[in-house]
Design a protein around this ligand. Structure first.
Ligand code: C2R
Length: 165
């Protein structure tokens, strides 16, 4: 059992450059999380023990990032009823289209919420996970409201692109 309510997992250490954007977003909203490398392909037993125990360990949302033949998010979703947010990491060979399609095209009956390819998808996974946590956490909800308001204010205050922002 940990205090963390979100797990951020990824198929390889090489995904950290992308997946750190999810952690930055969780930090922004004060959401507690764990970080780990877990691979359906390379560490299948670790994957099943992580996913099978996730709910009992106090987790509420899992963010899973992987590139290429990205089976990690789907295999986690197959092993737990917790919501799984999948982040397609941008692969070198196919620019992340392989990651995107292998995460998004789940068969009916096992759901993965798929985000955009790369760091913006990872950041939005952190944001979406925080929004899910905010359903039962007023402090996180208030921080998300403030974030959105500040984002809107910044755009409105800098609406003339000819002027310096
Ligand atoms: N897609 C998966 C899985 C999986 O889905 O189980 N395990 C590792 N990988 C991915 O392989 C890519 C290359 O990994 P390396 O850089 O370690 O060779 C990474 O983007 C990782 O997510």
């Amino acid at each position: 059992m940990t205090d963390a309510v979100v797990a951020v997992v990824m198929g390889s250490r090489s995904d950290w450059e992308t997946m750190s954007a999810a952690c930055e977003m969780l930090d922004t909203f004060g959401v507690s999380y764990t970080v780990d490398v877990v691979s359906a392909h390379r560490t299948p037993e670790k994957l099943f023990s992580f996913a099978n125990g996730a709910k009992d360990n106090g987790l509420k949302v899992i963010i899973a990032g992987a590139g290429g033949a990205a089976h990690l998010p789907g295999m986690i979703a197959a092993s737990t009823a917790l919501p799984v947010l999948g982040v397609p990491v941008q692969s070198k060979a196919l620019n992340g289209m392989d990651s995107l399609l292998s995460i998004a095209q789940m068969p009916k009956g096992v759901a993965v919420g798929t985000l955009a390819i790369g760091a913006s998808g990872a950041a939005n996974a952190g944001l979406l996970a925080s929004q899910i946590i905010a359903l039962g956490d007023a402090d996180v909800a208030a921080k998300i409201d403030a974030f959105r308001q500040q984002q809107t204010d910044t755009v409105l205050a800098n609406a003339d692109p000819r002027l310096p922002a």
